[in-house]
Design a protein around this ligand. Sequence first.
Ligand code: CP3
Length: 343
Amino acid sequence: MKDTSIFLRACQREETEYTPVWLMRQAGRFLKEYRALRRRFPFLTLCKTPELAAQVTLLPIERLKVDAAIIFADILLPLEPMGINLEFTKGEGPRIHNPPRSRPEVQRLRAINAEEELPFVMEAIRMVCQELKGKIPLIGFSGAPFTLASYIIEGGGSRDFVRTKALMYKDPSCWHLLMEKLSEVIISYLNAQIRSGVQAVQLFDSWAGILSPNDYEEFVLPHNQRVFRELSAGVPTIHFATGTSGLLELMKEAGGDIIGIDWRIDLGEAWKRLGYEVGIQGNLDPAVLLSSPKRIQRYVKEILDAAKGRPGHIFNLGHGVLPQTPEENVIAMVEAVHRLSRR
Ligand code: CP3
């Protein structure tokens, strides 16, 4: 029998019969049903149609046998009601056509009421919860203030984040105003998701690892701290970033019951530095899923060995699953985590 609450118990750092596992971007392009839906609908239409978003959320559940679902949405959705003009272009990813880079432009950004302005996300959450019937928990999520700010200022993805850093250094008070506005939106958005039924939330600070520890402390930490402080109590929180070797202790100080890490750091070493009073999530390199079942199993075992069976490890990739990943390799990974971690 599968234990229905194994993921949530691991979030509380309780002993579990095996290590729970889910994958960032588990509901996405590596699934052929997803690609088929995308031939019929643009990405934002999938996100904004609750029946479709719920359907996509559930696609990987039975097949992959993961221990948690994550609601199908995007970290950039709350930017639209703030007054940001968002588009997902073919092959290039997100584009923002009116990136605010000055104080008056930042001042014009609107605070939002997430229930009223992103009702499709809340409706999709209610539909998924009804379908799952408590079989496995549903994870809600949001981008963190820094990662959202970087998309807003750069006008899309970036390699070096030069515009973001320039604003931060040249006009710190404008930077903090932007971070405060984003924090308020994120708090409203995540608490609305919790009211709608998600049983855990993940804050994606995907690009925070490009900052020095001192800059993180000054420009990011107080805002992330506020977000974690103002989330509804009782729901486990996962604080994820990549390239975090220099930031682990500060991320812990910022908050989160579980810290999410990528493959650039050994999981055992990261957990030791963090301390065992927080949980840890990670950290297989998604590219390993492009190899063979044999190699996948070897890497899975190395990560499980690094965690030493301590309560509070949630197995995941170090970043999202790659679109070209063969489905059978993901199935083999989940199976290996369950089998090799069974106590
Ligand atoms: O994990 C899941 O399965 C839930 C859905 C989810 C999506 N995006 C769907 C999506 C989640 C949790 C996200 C988070 C997200 N979105 C992040 C943080 C995680 C990370 O990867 O660092 C970021 C930075 C974004 C912003 C974003 N959305 C980018 C940069 C892109 C384009 C690049 C890419 O990977 O396609 C997206 C598009 C997006 N979000 C897709 C999906 C399934 C692909 C859209 C398509 O079908 O073409």
